[in-house]
Design a binder for this molecule. Sequence first.
Ligand SMILES: *Cc1c(COP(=O)(O)O)cnc(C)c1O
Length: 347
Amino acid sequence: MSTVDLRSDTVTRPTPAMREAMMRAELGDDVLGDDPTVRALEARIADELGKPAACFTPSGTQANLCAVRAQTEPGDEIIMHATSHVYFYETGGFAAIAGCSARFIDSPDGRFGPEVIEPIMRPVEQHFARSRLLIVENTHNKGGGTVWPVDLIAAVCERAKSLGLRRHLDGARLFNAVVASGTPARDYAGHFDTISTCFSKGLGAPVGSAVIGDEATIGRVRRLRKMFGGAMRQSGLLAAAALYALDHNIERLGDDHNNARRLAEAIKEIPGLSVELDRVETNMVFFEVDPALGTAEDFCAALDQRGVRMLALGETQVRAVTHLDVSAKQIEVAIDAIRECVQSLAL
Ligand SMILES: *Cc1c(COP(=O)(O)O)cnc(C)c1O
């Protein structure tokens, strides 16, 4: 039985063509500054985002951590969404390693307006942490893979800037937002001091992220990457996969979005499962399992037995993510498996 793995868009494996590109990559020692393929990737992604500089990192977590540490001092405070990846899924690195505290913005879908920032800024006075950095996530993972309209980003960032905050975009899935909204990446990026983006999610590369920004900030990021153990040597092998992904795998993200929509629409029709369709804007489907069927964990275990893998994210919530290694046909296979699974659990 072949599996349809919808746990995450990180599960994709490099295709033969991507592996070919990796095999052909010219290599050097990137810590000594002379891996031409890494240099080419950094120039390419910086250009794509309309910024002067970029630094290739082993993971998105490290990219965000370097960006946070490069733009704050210990004791500074970060303003971010309560379900942001930096807070939720990065083992508290912003606190443990950057020494920052945080204040949170809450909203159902990860988006917010400019008016929410000022009320949670700290007064400039000796008792208080210094409000220093705003983080926006686009697409917003736990919000459902939701896309920020560029006008809202512009308004939020303009307000943050006028209040003296630096602005970081966690754009792990920025290209999903680009394809879904039709907004060029650089139009989003222009509102931020730094951006992180991931090559190993929907773009399908095996490893790697980047931090993009101005020369001085990226200089600090590069030094911090070394400090955090993330400076790599013949990493052109990995950069070649990321370059291949930028050339071939952006436009096709639209297929993943169509597949996610098809999956969500089918789930909506299955008794015992519920999904908020208008939250399905990109490649993620979050849905709820009626406790009468069991827990989300029970549901995923039963589904796994039918060759379909999803992630249980709580007592009742399940997440399915579409990607490069899941075809429209496999989505139909998954839908059949979900139906069977719900029927068996309902008995
Ligand atoms: C995946 C992800 C990251 C980075 O994760 P890594 O697994 O460390 O590469 C950062 N932000 C968001 C929103 C993500 O989904």
